[in-house]
Design a protein. Structure first.
Length: 122
């Protein structure tokens, strides 16, 4: 890959990461729950919400969303990009036993966040 990929935002998901089981339902910025999950599963790469504005544009140097990397792993997704696959494996390695219980599963993400979507979401 010619361009350097961003680094994960931290060793653990942010306290308000939308991929956590205790995230604020529907708090997805410009994304719909379905759109966000499809993007993460299709692209693998997703920026940490703290590095983008409400329109999804970068505010500063973007970072991988650690929660999205863990969500990919929990969904048994295997990114095609080897660097992204390595970032996902590193994120998983940094977690304590039982980390899966803190990340929304594939079948839970959309229903959990669909309740309060905004009309202007993607």
């Amino acid at each position: 890959m010619s361009e350097e990929l961003p680094k994960p935002c931290g060793p653990k998901p942010c306290d308000d990461c939308p991929f956590r089981v205790n995230a604020l339902p529907g708090w997805l910025g410009p994304w719909t729950a379905q759109g966000m999950q499809e993007h993460v599963l299709r692209e693998g790469y997703f920026s940490c919400h703290k590095t983008i504005d409400s329109d999804g544009q970068p505010l500063k140097e973007t970072t991988f969303c650690t929660g999205a990397l863990l969500h990919l792993s929990r969904c048994c997704a295997v990114p095609r990009d080897l660097e992204l696959r390595d970032a996902m494996a590193r994120a998983v390695d940094l977690q304590e036993d039982g980390w899966e219980q803190g990340i929304l599963a594939l079948q839970d993400f959309v229903p959990y966040h669909t309740l309060k979507e905004t009309p202007n979401a993607r």
